[in-house]
Design a binder for this molecule. Sequence first.
Ligand code: ADP
Length: 395
Amino acid sequence: MPAELVLIVALVAFLLGVLVAVTYARSHAVDAAEASAEPGLAGELLESHVAEGDRLDAGVVDLLDVGVLRINPDLNVVSFNPAAARMLRLDPRATGRRSLMETFVDHRVEDAARAAASQGSAALEVTVSDHEERRIAIRIRRAAGGQLWLMLEDVTELRRLQRIRSEFIDNLSHELRTPLTTIRLLSETLRQDLERADVPPRIHERTGKIEVEIGHLVQMVNELLDLSRIEGGATELHFDNVNLADVIHGAVERLRTFADRQGVQLTTEVPAEATQRVWGDEERLGQLLINLLHNAVKFSGEGSTVTVAVRELDGQMAVEVRDQGVGIPRADIDRVFERFYKVDKSRQRGQGGTGLGLAIARHIAEGHGGRIWVESVEGRGSVFTFTMPLAETPG
Ligand code: ADP
């Protein structure tokens, strides 16, 4: 079978190249993600001091790299430190009061200051420009006596790196998609050809493995593209009245074949009163559920059950995906929603996985104004829960 073998070797060589490229994308995404650890520690510490009414030494504030502005309840600037002067190009010797509006030339800062005056805190990001544009992240805290403290951090470089990361992943995923689709088709045709030919069983086995690995690569590339679009704000949610029960049954049906193959039973607990409509994007909610269900089945043993249940929680609808699988160790539980985080590669029964599914799920849940969390006992199983706001007018 020299022709087929040559093709297989060529395919494997190409796949190796693709893997190297994806791994490169991953490591860069992680590097940039680490660089994006925000907000800065100094700003955070300062904020908690202000919140607790601690007295702050003016000399120390002057040494900080965080811009600090104090404003009175009339929204006039009382004082600022050298870092704030640098960021906003203020003249440190200038005397006389200046308003918040004059300082930032952006009414959103005034609005946020008013919100902080009544609620205690607020945050926003603005662009300031003179000869160059800079992005400044602002956190506002109400201090004792009604004064407001503004903590400023220059995030221009951080945002630039995040944009480069997002563009890089987007371009790479796009470039990988077309050849991967071609290889997938080629390997399918090759398998069909080989079924009719007289070849040793190991050739069938190897082509089967190639197909499985290509499937993993296609999933990885699709998820990378999805995540970078969601994070880059390119994916808009199309909100409408959504029947949650329909979304649940649709997702369960899509996972049925996979569950049957794994020997896992899928059940739903959707009481009649829980078929209420939520306010959401039907397609994205389906994707969220499929990600959770796929994991639940993947990490469950043969003969176990995965259940999707709905209940009301604090005026929202809560959807639970319960499994009786391997569970998640306590030390990893806070990290599973991070991109590329996997607890232990050996637990996946040869299913692969990108470590992106839960990061996407979290973005979707939070984009809907909901929350997502997990409770788990290692060896006993996990319960992933997300909440969704109810639609105002049930239809
Ligand atoms: P993956 O593609 O690896 O499944 P995810 O982001 O969906 O990526 O999940 C991240 C990690 O969280 C998984 O690799 C696994 O270690 C853990 N995990 C997710 N869901 C479950 C579950 N239902 N049971 C046990 N572990 C889970």
